[in-house]
Design a protein around this ligand. Structure first.
Ligand code: NAP
Length: 302
């Protein structure tokens, strides 16, 4: 069965090239004919890994193609996922498998509601990649991929990921993992933007980090996610120390003038706190400061 990859950006290209390298059938789905022409002019995707460059002439098509889609990897940003899937929804066969790679929460439910006949599988990825220049993906950080859905039954094709060297595990608690990653992100990333600093420099903002973690634990518990709340502050400190020299993904988005995924991260969490009647003054204050910061930079605040 063919792997259709919707969105040939950083993670989409990282998955597509590794699957193709393993000899598995892959098709890229690009947003329109102009992007398709640009891709064809480039001649394929280049994977840069450990100092080695390898080009893969992976077949590509635009969203307007009529080819049926049985297995789809959605590799767009959270704010693009719903619109991108809508553009190819009529091509999905009944029972199609749709893997959702998006960070944060909210986009997965929106996509799943739109394609009720598909099996949506959520992915939480800690791998790191960036494209520079376009169609050249740099595998920048080893990591792991957790996959899961509501049925608890692993799909039969996980061995294809093993063959492609994509580290992964099927998990029954994918939602707890996504909530946990969301909470870690909310405790670290907005502060790195507001203080214009590396992750490690947050060690000097210990009180602010602690206050956010205390509230995050309350919100996670109110949302029925105690598993994602346990030991959160300790893990936040561990991540800050282990990634001390790094700039967070949100910091990098802002620094490069790119739209952030704030609505699916801190925005989602603050909305859930309201829904569950859980006061979250510190989190809301940080969200308001971040929103003002984005507006001042001329960036979208949603
Ligand atoms: P990215 O590099 O910006 O790539 C997104 C791709 O989606 C772009 O190539 C874009 O195409 C494409 N796209 C958007 N709308 C589309 C549409 N309607 N039809 C077809 N393609 C469309 O993003 P990314 O860094 O790979 O991130 C994807 C998701 O993975 C995000 O939620 C991110 O938080 C998460 N994630 C990323 C990393 C990482 O290291 N990069 C790690 C963990 C998680 P155009 O070029 O035409 O705009």
């Amino acid at each position: 069965m063919c792997w259709h990859i919707l969105g040939a950006g950083s993670l989409g290209s990282l998955w597509a090239t590794r699957l193709a390298r393993a000899g598995l059938p892959v098709r890229l789905i690009l947003r329109n004919e102009a992007r398709l022409a640009a891709y064809h002019a480039h001649g394929g995707l280049v994977l840069n890994e450990g100092g080695q460059r390898q080009t893969f002439a992976i077949p590509a098509q635009s969203a307007a193609s009529a080819e049926p889609v049985e297995r789809l990897l959605v590799a767009c940003k959270a704010y693009d996922a719903e619109r991108a899937v809508a553009s190819i929804a009529s091509r999905l066969v009944d029972g199609a498998e749709v893997l959702l790679l998006q960070n944060g929460l909210g986009s997965q439910d929106a996509v799943a509601a739109m394609i009720p006949k598909a099996r949506c599988i959520f992915v939480s990825s800690t791998e790191g990649a960036f494209c520079n220049p376009p169609w050249n993906v740099v595998f920048a950080g080893q990591g792991f991929n957790w996959l899961g859905d509501t049925t608890q039954t692993p799909p039969p094709w996980l061995d294809e990921l093993s063959a492609a060297g994509i580290p992964h595990q099927w998990t029954a608690d994918i939602l707890d993992r996504l909530w946990r990653k969301l909470a870690l992100n909310c405790a670290i990333n907005p502060l790195t933007v507001l203080h214009a600093c590396t992750n490690g420099a947050l060690l000097r903002q210990g009180e602010e980090v602690r206050a956010l973690c205390d509230e995050l634990v309350q919100v996670l518990n109110a949302c029925g996610r105690p598993g994602a709340a346990t030991g959160l502050h300790d893990e936040v400190n561990r991540v800050i120390q282990a990634t001390a020299a790094n700039y967070s993904s949100m910091y990098q988005d802002v620094a490069h003038g790119r739209r952030t995924e704030i609505s699916y991260l801190l925005g989602y969490l603050c909305a859930k706190a309201v829904e569950h009647g859980c006061p979250a003054p510190e989190l809301n204050r940080v969200r308001e400061r971040l929103t003002a910061h984005l507006v001042a930079k001329g960036l979208p605040s949603d």
